[in-house]
Design a protein around this ligand. Sequence first.
Ligand code: ADP
Ligand SMILES: O=c1ccn([C@@H]2O[C@H](COP(=O)(O)O)[C@@H](O)[C@H]2O)c(=O)[nH]1
Length: 203
Amino acid sequence: MVTIGIAGGTGCGKTTVVNQIIEELPPDEVGILSQDSYYKDLSGMSYEERCQINFDHPSTIDFDLLEAHLKALKSGRPVEQPIYSFSEHNRTGETILTPPRKVMIIEGILIMTQPEIRDLCDIKIFVHADSDERLIRRLKRDITERNRSISEVLDRYQHTLKPMHEQFIEPTKEFADIIIPNNKYNTVAVDIVRTIISEKLTQ
Ligand SMILES: Nc1ncnc2c1ncn2[C@@H]1O[C@H](COP(=O)(O)OP(=O)(O)O)[C@@H](O)[C@H]1O
Ligand SMILES: O=c1ccn([C@@H]2O[C@H](COP(=O)(O)O)[C@@H](O)[C@H]2O)c(=O)[nH]1
C-alpha cells in the first residue's frame, strides 16, 4: 500500500487535486480517508452551540481514531469511516465501509500537524493557494454547498480560520515532500504525483 497525505488550507484545492490524482487509477485500487470525517462527535451540543466551535483547531479532530483507522488499513483490515455533515456541524451517526486499497489518500487541513499521521504517510503533499484565492473559493463553496451565509463565512474566516491557518496549517508546509502551487489548475504537478505513485506501486 502507498499512503499519500494531502494537506493545505481551506479552499486550496485538496479535494480537487485528490479527484485529479484518482481519475486515472482503477476505482478498486484507491481509497480516501478525509480528515473531515474525523471531526469529534458533538451530539451533546445544540446546533447554536456547535456553530460557535472553532473547527480549524486540531483539538476538534479525533486524530486517535484517524491514526487507528490508517494503521488498520495498512495492516489489511477495512474500517468504518464516519460520515460528517457540514450543514449540521456534526457526524451523521452513519459510517461508510472503507476497505484497504493499493493507494490510500488521507486529506485534510490539519493532518500534517500530527507526527503520528505524518509518519504513516509515504508521500506528503501540501497544496498551496494564496489566502485571497482561498477565501474567494471558500465563500463560493460554503454558500452554494454548505448552506452558509456570506457574513457567517467572513466572520469565521476573520476570527478563527485565518489565525488557525497561520498558527497550525502554514507551518506544516515544511514537512511536505511536494508543494503543489494551485492558484491555477496545475495539471503538470498532478501528472508528476501520478508518476511517483505508479513508481511506488511497482517497487
Ligand atoms: N486551481 C483552481 N482554480 C480555481 N478553482 C479551484 C481550483 N482548485 C479548486 N478550485 C475550486 O475551489 C473550491 C474549493 O476547492 P476544494 O478542492 O474543495 O478545496 P479544499 O478541499 O482544499 O477545501 C471548489 O469549488 C473548487 O472547484
Ligand atoms: O462543521 C464544520 C466543520 C468544518 N468546517 C470548516 O471546514 C473546513 C475544512 O474543510 P475543507 O474542505 O478543507 O475546506 C475548515 O476550515 C472548517 O472551518 C465547518 O465550516 N463546519
